[in-house]
Ligand binder design. Structure first.
Ligand code: ATP
Length: 512
């Protein structure tokens, strides 16, 4: 999908009530979005898909809904107060802010693109006899670009690991990185910027009353580990799952709902015996990839190991999706060791351990985390689904239609009920009757406005998988047509069969 199609997607979201910019009447609020009537349905279905796959399908995973506000010491123990930073750099001329690491990463991408371009040119020149591997290993220009990309990547990872902001600035200067819009190379020093939002509790003044809006939902799970384990009597290994809002004061939030300042996470922490964490890490890698593949083409997904491990992790991988702007993180899977439980035990003075009856010993469990952004999943699902296609119209001539090819289980509206004519009382009455029955089962729409062809197009554009049309034959023999969104094929069925047929086809089981 190109940048153009990405723009189409953003405008489609607004036009059909999926996503609106927040506070739009006041010119919007950067990095914050509102979900409209269709958006909230799709988002709820995504959450439901996740919840069912994680909680309902596993008898050793239970849910939690912890508060957004938590004791400020939690963020000290978790390392967020000291280390949840991004390197910030300002351009003195344009006054725009950037993440220094992202500027350098973009430069690395350019080096790789240059090498690829050389390969592409040579492939054209040599035709069938071209040996790409040999060319990459011997062509001086390709070698130079590739080596430079590798060196820069290594140096960036080292600077980020040690927090060497000065070296990031030197790299920006040495690589002659310019501000993308203005070309200016007039940069400030690079400094650490903490991504947590803070606010103040009313009854406690000063630093003691300073609260943070949680930057991840995971900590609510860790501090409830003992509560949940005791009340559910789960034995290790077991998991706690949570869906909820998280807040990050992102330096740059420019890619629609890919990077927001307020967003939602679907996280699961899996508590395991120390020493077994890599086994579970690999297990969850595969499980999570299978969950994605059920709704996303495999070639648009890939794993990317982390070069730069966070302070709490001994292994980490991203599930990346090919967004309109390239392969980027959709989900993170992390082996978090006993870091979180260990440091909460230490700072709170309350032991967060588990007694393992099989081993007859106490230990601090290790944790494998799966963390997927609900909004990024939403963007993934929509990027896969939005298609403009040419189809024959009623007269058999070419016309274009926009269709959201969503998995039926995720579609906001499952079924539309349409009387062929709006001014025929019998047709309208019958259609209303069918609608009134179906609405108990799933979200339906009743629509009688405009010609039926236009109504089909409106439903296509919001991804409704089935349209039930009540026509003259309905009044004669009690049958209706069901039109399927993607094939546009219609089948005639008895009214008494509609609920069963549609229910079966939109069932979440199809993707679980
Ligand atoms: P990135 O490198 O893109 O900033 P991250 O590595 O900081 O992401 P995690 O801390 O692993 O992200 O968070 C888990 C998931 O939460 C991510 O995979 C992503 O789907 C989602 N997420 C994180 N930050 C944002 C954001 N600003 N807006 C929307 N979703 C986000």
């Amino acid at each position: 999908m190109s940048e153009d199609l990405f723009k189409r997607l953003v405008s489609h979201c607004k036009e059909y009530g999926f996503i609106y910019p927040s506070s739009e009447v006041y010119e919007g609020l950067n990095g914050v979005y509102d979900y409209g009537p269709m958006g909230v349905e799709l988002k709820n279905n995504i959450k439901d898909y996740w919840w069912k796959a994680m909680v309902q399908m596993h008898d050793n995973i239970v849910g939690l809904d912890s508060a957004i506000f938590m004791h400020p010491k939690i963020w000290k123990a978790s390392g967020h107060v000291d280390a949840f930073n991004d390197p910030l750099v300002d351009n003195k001329d344009s006054k725009k802010r950037f993440r220094a690491d992202v500027l350098i990463e973009t430069e690395i991408d350019k080096m790789i693109a240059k090498a690829d371009k050389e390969v592409e040119k040579a492939a054209k020149r040599f035709g069938d006899t071209f040996d790409e591997k040999m060319f990459r290993e011997t062509n001086p220009r390709v070698l130079e670009y590739t080596q430079k990309a590798l060196d820069t990547e290594k140096r960036l990872a080292a600077a980020l690991k040690t927090g060497d902001m000065a070296d990031l600035k030197t790299m920006i200067d040495e690589l002659e990185i310019a501000e993308p819009d203005t070309g200016s190379r007039n940069w400030t020093e690079v400094r650490q910027f903490n991504l947590m939002f803070s606010t103040q509790m009313s009854n406690i003044g000063g630093d003691d009353g300073k609260l943070y809006l949680r930057p991840e939902t995971a900590q609510g799970i860790f501090v409830n580990f003992l509560n949940v384990q005791k009340t559910t009597r789960q034995k290790i290994p077991f998991g706690i799952a949570q869906i909820g809002k998280a807040f990050r004061n992102e330096i740059v939030a420019r890619q629609f709902i890919f990077r927001m300042r307020e967003f939602e996470q679907m996280e699961m922490q899996y508590f395991v015996r120390p020493g077994t964490e890599m086994e579970w890490y690999n297990y969850w890698k595969e499980k999570r990839m299978a969950w994605h593949r059920a709704v996303t083409p495999a070639e648009k997904l890939r794993f990317k190991d982390h070069d730069n491990l966070a302070h709490y992790a001994n292994a980490a991988v991203d599930v990346q999706f090919e967004f309109p702007f390239g392969f980027k993180e959709l989900e993170g899977i992390h082996s978090r060791t006993d870091f979180d439980l260990g440091s909460h035990s230490e700072l709170s003075g309350k032991k967060m351990q588990y007694f393992d009856p099989e081993l007859n010993e106490h230990y601090t469990p290790y944790v494998v985390e799966t963390s997927v952004g609900c909004d990024r999943m939403f963007l993934t699902v929509l990027s896969n689904a939005l298609v403009d296609e040419t189809v024959p119209d009623a007269k058999g001539e070419d016309s274009t239609r926009t269709v959201l090819r969503l998995a039926p289980a995720l579609a906001p509206v499952k079924c539309a009920v349409l009387p062929l004519l709006r001014n025929n009382e019998e047709l309208v009455g019958k259609a209303r009757e069918i609608y009134d029955q179906l609405k108990f089962l799933f979200l339906c729409q009743y629509d009688e406005k405009d010609a039926v062809g236009r109504r089909y197009r409106r439903q296509d554009a919001i991804g409704t998988p089935y349209c039930v049309t009540v026509d003259h034959e309905t009044l004669e023999n009690g049958t209706v047509t069901i039109r399927e969104r993607d094939s546009m094929q219609q089948e005639r069925v008895a009214i008494s069969e509609v609920a069963r047929i549609v229910s079966e086809r939109v069932d979440m089981r199809k993707i679980l």
